[in-house]
Design a protein around this ligand. Structure first.
Ligand code: SAH
Length: 259
């Protein structure tokens, strides 16, 4: 498409005092097994001033155990959004931080909880961002991590590093509150216009399709190029203008393929 090809280079840099961006932050729980953990997570969020809970394909919800464990945070459960995929949950988000006790196989920028809170708040100035937590038994799958831009690791006992789901939510929510209420913290937003997970996903679907047609995508490992480039772009934190350039490059290859 012609509009993809010509694009304007711009750099935006804004310095903003944090006020209250906690409401922009979505807490996403993926395939939660115990409904009690959903309630405890809602309580952990509300005590720290977070409101937006999104459940991806929960095993048992709604459930009385969730209500019991939420105690006075039942309003967070009442406003919960239940969706069928991680992409649906984070489609409009620019920064998607995935919490995982394991680091193997993922080449995403790693963040400690404090740095994660600061990164999320910085981006929340411009729109929705997400913090994603995995299921109790096996954590987040490679597929769940596809749309993540950062990985968060809570430092813990190397011999027993897996926290209870709601405890992990509590730690991150507390860091977010601290970062949000710190009057000395200035949020310098160098990358004001980050693309949403949905627009990045559209780019990657198109990239895989076009480079499959040229034969560049390895038929034996069709997802490998996409995975590597997703991580590369996440590390580079490409902005919307840069994504337009990449879309333009795809358009020019697509044009040759169809001429
Ligand atoms: N057995 C799973 C852990 C599940 S705990 C595994 O090995 O991955 C449920 C969720 O809590 C995890 O998916 C993760 O989102 C979060 N979590 C627990 N411990 C964590 C840690 N040390 N660092 C980051 N996230 C953690």
């Amino acid at each position: 498409m012609a509009e993809d090809i010509g694009c304007v280079f711009s750099e935006s840099r804004r310095t903003i005092m944090t006020t209250d961006y906690l409401a922009q932050i979505k807490v996403v729980l993926v395939r939660t097994y115990h409904p009690g953990n959903i309630g405890s997570a809602a309580r952990a969020m509300k005590t720290m001033g977070l409101e937006q809970l999104v459940l991806v394909d929960p095993v048992d919800f709604p459930d009385s155990q969730a209500q019991t464990m939420a105690a006075g945070a039942s309003d967070v459960l009442d406003n919960v959004l239940v969706v069928g995929s991680v992409l649906e949950a984070v489609a409009d988000c620019s920064v998607v931080a995935a919490c995982s006790a394991r680091s193997r196989g993922y080449d995403l920028p790693p963040l400690a909880p404090r740095a994660c809170a600061e990164r999320l708040l910085t981006a929340a100035v411009n729109g929705p961002v997400a913090l994603v937590f995995g299921p109790e038994r096996h954590g987040l799958s490679n597929e769940d991590l596809q749309h993540a831009t950062h990985r968060v690791l809570i430092d813990a006992n190397p011999e027993y590093s897996s926290l209870n789901l709601a405890a992990a939510v509590q730690i991150l929510s507390h860091e977010l509150r601290q970062a949000n209420s710190s009057s000395t913290v200035q949020v310098t937003d160098a990358r004001a216009d980050l693309p949403s997970a949905e627009s990045l996903n559209h780019y990657f679907e198109r990239m895989t399709k076009i480079y499959s047609a040229t034969g560049f995508v390895n038929r034996a490992h069709p997802g490998e190029l996409e995975k590597r480039l997703r991580h590369l772009y996440a590390r580079a934190e490409i902005d919307s203008n840069e994504l337009s350039i990449l879309q333009g490059m795809l358009s020019s290859v697509d044009k040759i393929l169809h001429d």
